[in-house]
Ligand binder design. Structure first.
Ligand SMILES: Cc1cc2nc3c(=O)[nH]c(=O)nc-3n(C[C@H](O)[C@H](O)[C@H](O)COP(=O)(O)O)c2cc1C
Length: 215
């Protein structure tokens, strides 16, 4: 049994990537693979309907090499970040392109398992996991659970974060907040999120192994 983990943040080594990898680390007795979408060019679904007959997307970009990995996997751990209180665009584009798998009652992804992972700078990760969970529903993927954590808003490193009145530091933590290493959110400072991710991975592995054993 194979589990494919997707980190949908555009940032390299992002909190999203780390949290998805924690879920994968909890999976026992299955093959796991992690792919970060950072640096990849994945555009939106163009609704061209070229995939209707073949269940293969006709758009030529970095989604193409990912197609076989999705087909081969038995479960998906998909993580995204909160951008403007919604799922970030790169993750959304990636998921839109799964339109290629669901024509004419195709069973390419239907019946498989999923875990939704959400990260936000402010604290509201619900919009992120809700969109991923809805995506699972539309694709008849059984959502085993969700896990979330806080990540550092870009304002922690942009150089203007403490003064900028429209940025995340003022908005989420209040004016006068000082940017220090101690105050900067990171996954390592959230042991409860790491533990929840590992537990969810364990649960996912158990479901997959039970399925393989026919129980
Ligand atoms: C364009 C943009 C918009 C954002 N909007 C929000 C937001 O509305 N709410 C929030 O909590 N965080 C917001 N953030 C902060 C990110 O959620 C935060 O940086 C998070 O850690 C990103 O995930 P990552 O660490 O996996 O890259 C935004 C970041 C960017 C770049």
């Amino acid at each position: 049994m194979k589990v494919l983990g997707i980190g949908g943040s555009p940032r390299k080594s992002s909190t999203t990537d780390q949290l998805v990898q924690e879920v994968l680390a909890g999976v026992e007795g299955c093959e796991t693979e992690f792919v970060s979408l950072s640096g990849k060019q994945i555009g939106p679904c163009r609704a061209c309907l070229a995939c209707v007959e073949t269940n293969v997307c006709a758009v030529k970009d970095d989604m193409q090499p990912l197609r076989q990995k999705i087909v081969d996997a038995d479960a998906y751990v998909i993580g995204g970040a909160n951008f403007f209180n919604n799922l970030n665009g790169l993750t959304h584009c990636f998921m839109e392109r799964w339109y290629q798998f669901r024509h004419r009652e195709s069973k390419i992804v239907a019946g498989k398992l999923g875990v939704a992972v959400g990260v936000a700078g402010g604290g509201d990760r619900k919009p992120v996991v809700d969109v991923i969970r809805t995506f699972f529903q539309y694709n008849q993927i059984d959502c085993v659970g969700t896990v979330d954590a806080q990540g550092p808003a870009c304002c922690f490193v942009c150089g203007y974060g403490e003064e900028c009145k429209v940025g995340a530091i003022h908005r989420f933590f209040g004016p006068g907040t000082k940017i220090t290493e101690e105050f900067t959110p990171s996954l390592a400072k959230q042991p409860e999120a790491i533990s929840a991710a590992r537990q969810l991975g364990k649960q996912l592995g158990e479901r997959l192994r039970a399925y393989a054993a026919g129980t």
